[in-house]
Design a protein around this ligand. Structure first.
Ligand code: PD2
Ligand code: ZN
Length: 284
C-alpha cells in the first residue's frame, strides 16, 4: 500500500485543526492550494493526516488501527459500475456496517459453470481455528465446500479480474475463491471473517497478505426460500439471488466494524455461493 508524503508536525496539526473546526475536505484542499500546494499533494497530505489522527485515536482507546479498505462506490454515486467485461448494478449501499449489494455480478452461465466445477470436489466445510492455525470442521457451519486457487482455471481468473475492477482492489490481494453448498436447514452462524490477531494461530493466516479487510459473497443460485446473508448488528439481510453479490468491508479486526454476518438457514431448496476474501496486502 502506498504510504503518501511525509508531512511535518506543524502541517499535520494545521490540517487536523481545519477538519476539527468543521471544514469539508474540499475546503481544506482549496485553502492548501491557495497556499501553493498542488492538488494531488494536498489530497495525499490530508489523507495522511486523517490516517495519523485515526491511528492515534485507536491507540488511545486500545483498538487496532484502521486499515484502508476497498470502496467500490461512494454514497449516492453511480447506480451502474463498469467491472471491465460486465456492467454491475448497485442495489444497496450502507456505510456502517460497510455493505454493498450488487446485481448481475455473474451471468447465469457463469453461476452454473461454477456450481458444476464445485460439485465434483465438495467436502464438509471447515472453519479456521485461530488457536491452532488449522482449518477444522465446526458445528457453526453445516455447509459443504471447496477452494479454487487464484487463477486455477479460466472462469475463476475472469471472475477474479472482474471483482478486482468492481471493488478497485488489487487482484493479488485476493484469496482464491471458496465455493459453498448449503442443503435444506444448513447455515453459517454469525461470525467475523477477519483473523483475531490475539489468538495463537493467527500468525499462520496473517503471514500471507496480512488481515482480511473485505469479503464478497456471490450467489450462484436462488434458493426457493431462506439462505439470506445476515448482518445482525444492522438488522439487515441480503437475499440470495442468482448472479448477485454482497460486498462488506471491515477496516480493523474488531466488532466495532459491525461486520458480524452469517448465512441464514436454507428453508427450502439449496444454496450455492462463491466467496472472495480480500487481504490488506498481496496474498501469495
Ligand atoms: O453463504 C453466506 O451467505 C455466507 C455468510 C457468511 C458466507 C460467508 N459468511 C463466508 O463465506 O464467509
Ligand atoms: Zn463469512
Amino acid at each position: 500500500m502506498e504510504s503518501g508524503p511525509r508531512i511535518d508536525q506543524a502541517t499535520l496539526q494545521w490540517l487536523l485543526g481545519q477538519v476539527q473546526s468543521g471544514a469539508s475536505p474540499e475546503d481544506v484542499v482549496a485553502s492548501m492550494e491557495a497556499r501553493g500546494w498542488q492538488e494531488d499533494d494536498a489530497i495525499a497530505a490530508l489523507e495522511e493526516a486523517m490516517r495519523e489522527h485515526l491511528a492515534g485515536h485507536a491507540r488511545e482507546h486500545g483498538l487496532p488501527p484502521p486499515e484502508k479498505v476497498p470502496c467500490p462506490v461512494e454514497m449516492n454515486g453511480p447506480s451502474v459500475i463498469d467491472a471491465g467485461d460486465r456492467k454491475v448494478v448497485v442495489l444497496a449501499n450502507m456505510l456502517h456496517p460497510r455493505v454493498v449489494a450488487f446485481g448481475g455480478v455473474l451471468s447465469d452461465e457463469e453461476c452454473d459453470a461454477m456450481v458444476e466445477m464445485g460439485r465434483r470436489k465438495l467436502k464438509p466445510s471447515a472453519v479456521f481455528n485461530p488457536d491452532t492455525g488449522a482449518d477444522e470442521k465446526h458445528e457453526a457451519r453445516s455447509s459443504e465446500g471447496t477452494f479454487f486457487r487464484r487463477g486455477e482455471n479460466g472462469l475463476c481468473a475472469r471472475i477474479e479480474r472482474r471483482l478486482a475492477k468492481l471493488v478497485d482492489w488489487p487482484l493479488e490481494n485476493g484469496e482464491g475463491l471458496q465455493l459453498l453448498r448449503y442443503g435444506p436447514g444448513a447455515e453459517y452462524k454469525p461470525h467475523y471473517d477477519y483473523f483475531d490477531p490475539d489468538r495463537p494461530g493467527a500468525h499462520v493466516a496473517l503471514s500471507r497478505g496480512g488481515q482480511r479487510v473485505a469479503s464478497i459473497v456471490m450467489y450462484l443460485n436462488t434458493p426457493l426460500s431462506g439462505g439470506a446473508t445476515t448482518f445482525p448488528d444492522a438488522r439487515f439481510e441480503v437475499a440470495a439471488v442468482k448472479g448477485n453479490a454482497v460486498f462488506f468491508a471491515y477496516d480493523r479486526p474488531h466488532p466495532m466494524t459491525g461486520s458480524l454476518h452469517g448465512g441464514a438457514p436454507v428453508v427450502e431448496g439449496e444454496k450455492w455461493v462463491a466467496t472472495k476474501w480480500l487481504r490488506v496486502g498481496r496474498h501469495l
